[in-house]
Design a protein. Structure first.
Length: 367
């Protein structure tokens, strides 16, 4: 009888030792509650377990996942995950995996879910233009940032969302946060420059897009944006050089045609008539459906005809023969436009009539 009691006492002691080494009764109770999906009880006993073992990293991880994440209290989740990592970096979670791996996976999982939901709502807004949906997307993007405050990708698309909502101040702040995390990366510099340009801060925009082009000198979008900003800032020679650089780096022929067209317009404004003509010709060669290139040539030729017709500008003495020549070239391009751009035929017909009138006067004055 005495021996049996001794054995029973030993068994109880052994069980107590096992419980004490593995987890507290409170933690074990919390685990059972988690299995039963009794979240209120799980929360109660997880905090009791942490109170008894304030350095138990596994308990902290479970509180982060089963309590704070379920309540979408992301800042508190991150804080307790960080506390777990700092208290015992070598600890393992209850699933046996290292806590640094587990917390990273949890964060990635929650961020991915929140970010993807935000992107879906943002895309819904782009289709519907419903500002209520855009506000939902912004809320979800901010939630994603709360989960992972280091996500540049989230800050950048959040910046665009704020801009489209009309909140320019928050758009700029979001882009600046992305840039502060990666000051030497292309996209944050380019995005901040774009938003500043859209909000009217041209000078500041130029500096950031210049930095973006410096980081990636082959990005034709950034080079083109920079060329347009130089043009709007009245730095037209710089704009021409930058457009040429964009053309050299552009592989898509239709986008290259558009760049040539812009270069033609700029050269025409700077009275670089031969360069303008070449640029318009290149634009049309690359894209024969580019009505604007044909119209650019027609406009250029008519302007040259007017200069010879009036003879009032430097380098353009009155010369009705040259005026007639350029008017004929302008009429030819307008006739081509009239044949292919059906929607604007009345406009071209009116322009052709005016050129015919000026051309007839030029012919009469040659007699």
């Amino acid at each position: 009888m005495f021996n049996n009691n001794k054995n029973l006492f030993g068994l109880v002691l052994s069980l107590l030792i096992i419980v004490g080494c593995g987890s507290t009764v409170e933690y074990s109770t919390a685990k059972v509650a988690i299995q039963d999906k009794d979240w209120e009880k799980a929360e109660e006993y997880l905090f009791k377990a942490l109170e008894l073992e304030p350095d138990n990293a596994a308990v902290m991880v479970d509180i982060g996942y089963y309590v704070y994440a379920k309540k979408r209290e992301w800042t508190k989740m991150n804080e307790i995950f960080d506390r777990a990592l700092s208290s015992n970096p070598a600890a393992k979670a209850q699933n046996g995996r290292p806590i640094n791996e587990v917390t990273k996976n949890y964060r990635n999982m929650f961020w991915t879910e929140s970010y993807n939901n935000a992107v879906r709502r943002y895309n819904d807004f782009k289709e519907s233009n419903d500002k209520v949906i855009l506000d939902e997307a912004i809320t979800l993007f901010n939630e994603s940032i709360e989960i992972d405050p280091q996500s540049n990708e989230t800050y950048l698309i959040l910046a665009n969302s704020y801009y489209e909502s009309g909140d320019n101040e928050m758009a700029i702040k979001s882009a600046e946060k992305a840039l502060s995390a990666s000051p030497n990366a292309f996209q944050p510099n380019y995005s901040l420059g774009q938003i500043l340009a859209l909000t009217g801060e041209k000078e500041s925009a130029i500096s950031y897009i210049e930095k973006a082009v410096e980081i990636d000198p082959t990005n034709s979008d950034a080079i083109r944006q920079l060329a347009m900003l130089y043009y709007e800032d009245d730095q037209k020679e710089k704009s021409i050089d930058t457009f040429k650089s964009a053309i050299d780096n552009e592989q898509d022929k239709f986008r290259k045609a558009d760049l040539y067209y812009n270069l033609g317009v700029l050269n025409m404004q700077l009275n670089n008539y031969n360069d303008a003509d070449i640029a318009f010709e290149e634009a049309y060669y690359l894209n024969e459906e580019d009505f604007e290139a044909l119209l650019g040539m027609a406009t250029l030729y008519e302007q040259l005809g007017d200069k010879y017709f009036n003879g009032t500008e430097e380098n353009f003495e009155k010369d009705y023969f040259q005026a007639e020549r350029w008017y004929k070239k302008a009429r030819s391009k307008l006739r081509s436009l009239n044949e292919i751009d059906i929607d604007n035929q009345p406009k071209y017909a009116k322009a052709i009539k005016l050129i015919d009138y000026k051309m007839n006067i030029s012919v009469e004055n040659q007699k």
